[in-house]
Design a protein around this ligand. Structure first.
Ligand SMILES: C[S@@+](CC[C@H](N)C(=O)[O-])C[C@H]1O[C@@H](n2cnc3c(N)ncnc32)[C@H](O)[C@@H]1O
Length: 192
């Protein structure tokens, strides 16, 4: 079951120091394998939190990254890590469910990433359709999400995983679907 949470839910979590699973070497290897070098192409990270993935895309992989996030506290943490001599991604505060995506600096993206966010979106089909509209032809939608039933029943985080119907919304009708499992997570490389 999806639990809807507002930005007001996330703000105090970020402000109090709550952090989520960090990018590690196996995950960054999958990013290299599936997304390839950025060569200055635009990438959008949805629900970017404190910006680790957007910064990785931007500084390590060579994309021109933009992070979008509705929690001002998370975005402040993201922006605080940039410096004048090493400009980082652009940061935008918006609700990905209904914010004006035409307001973004680029009309379309070679790569759109969404890490540990999909589970929180109530209308997943509308979200996926919205995202695919701003992906360039041949672009990749990269989703990292926890899968249901991979944690013990006693684990307080066991409700974070998506079920088969929610996974189907991601994959049905796509021209290509590649997946990789990282313990409780599944990474999806999707082509429209
Ligand atoms: C579990 S955190 C993951 C953050 C980051 N992607 C990471 O991997 O560390 C989920 C993030 O999604 C953001 N988020 C959830 N729903 C959103 C929405 N509708 N629009 C923008 N951001 C959203 C939350 O504010 C939160 O920062």
């Amino acid at each position: 079951m999806t639990m809807t949470a507002t930005a007001a839910y996330w703000d105090p979590l970020w402000a109090r120091g709550r952090r989520y699973r960090q990018l590690d070497e196996p995950e960054t290897r999958l990013l290299d394998e599936h997304l390839g070098p950025g060569r200055g192409r635009p990438a959008l990270d949805i629900g970017c939190g404190d910006g680790a993935l957007a910064r990785h895309l931007h500084h390590r992989m060579g994309y021109r990254a933009i992070g979008i996030e509705w929690s001002p506290d998370a975005l402040a943490l993201a922006a605080a890590q940039d410096s004048a001599d090493r400009p980082g991604p652009l940061w935008r505060c918006a609700d990905i469910r209904n914010g004006d995506l035409t307001d973004l600096p680029e009309p379309a993206y070679a790569v759109i990433t969404c890490r540990l966010v999909y589970r929180w979106l109530d209308d997943k089909a509308a979200f996926v359709n919205r995202v695919l509209r701003i992906l360039v032809p041949g672009g990749i939608f990269w989703v990292v999400t926890e899968i249901a039933d991979r944690r013990k029943n006693t684990d307080p985080l066991q409700n974070l995983g998506i079920g088969p119907a929610e996974a189907e919304i991601l994959t049905a009708g796509r021209s290509a679907v590649r997946t990789h499992d990282l313990d409780v997570l599944r990474c999806y490389a999707l082509r429209p």
